[in-house]
Design a protein around this ligand. Structure first.
Ligand code: PGA
Length: 228
């Protein structure tokens, strides 16, 4: 059995009270005792919820790792509105960089993404780096690459066929040392299709946006990933 990595990305959603009920409903719906020890579950939450979700998931003894959805391309300093890697260290072990929504809506260039990777590494954060295709260059030091075909992401998106996603991911993986790099798929993953994705040889896990917003759905997604 693979050491699966299952990531949820709340994107720009949820208040503190909404995340409180998400966490308790998630606890009630996930039977943590049945999860393989080597499975990694990561929740990428907005900056405003990192502190709360970290404390609350510890109190509830949830098997969750915490991730930030972004970080500054600079270190600490006069960069109004930015959150540096050092500031994130207190709350998160992971960060996503290169997500297609950051590339599209915020015009993040390859150069800027490289800077972000540098800052994340300096802060000791583990990185999930998003790429839209097999041609995009992944900066050094990334250990998890998320293949996220833009047409598959978000409302109106259609999941890529798992076999063709696997083909692209095989090509990406072949460019890096496969023992160091894990590959995950993102784009319209749901409890019905997850098993088809994680059973592909080059797919080590998934990144779910919409399917992570509902705790019952997300718990179901995790359960069904084990059926592959
Ligand atoms: P989605 O988002 O699951 O809502 O399509 C996926 C992603 O952000 O990678």
């Amino acid at each position: 059995m693979k050491n699966l990595l299952i990531a949820g990305n709340w994107k720009s959603n949820k208040t503190t009270s909404e995340s409180e009920s998400w966490l308790s409903d998630f606890k009630n719906n996930l039977n943590s005792d049945t999860l393989p020890i080597a499975m990694t579950i990561i929740l990428f939450v907005p900056f405003t919820l990192l502190d709360f979700v970290k404390k609350r998931s510890k109190e509830l003894n949830l098997p969750l790792n915490l991730g930030a959805q972004n970080l500054s391309p600079f270190s600490d300093g006069a960069y109004t509105g930015e959150i540096s890697g050092r500031m994130l260290q207190e709350f998160a072990d992971w960060v996503t960089i290169g997500h297609s929504e950051r590339r599209t809506h915020f015009g993040e260039s390859e150069e800027m993404l490289k800077q972000k990777v540098k800052q994340a590494k300096a802060a000791g954060l583990k990185i999930i780096y998003g790429v839209p295709d097999e041609k995009t260059v992944v900066p050094e030091g990334v250990t998890v690459i998320a293949y996220e075909p833009p047409a598959a992401i978000g409302v109106g998106g259609v999941a890529e066929d798992p076999i063709s996603a696997n083909r692209v991911m095989e090509v990406i993986k072949s460019q890096y040392s496969s023992s160091l790099v894990k590959m995950i798929y993102g784009g319209s993953v749901n409890p019905e299709n997850i098993a088809q994705f994680v059973k592909q040889p080059s797919i080590d896990g998934i990144l779910a946006g919409r399917a992570s917003l509902d705790p019952v759905f997300f718990a179901d997604l995790i359960k069904r990933s084990l059926i592959s």
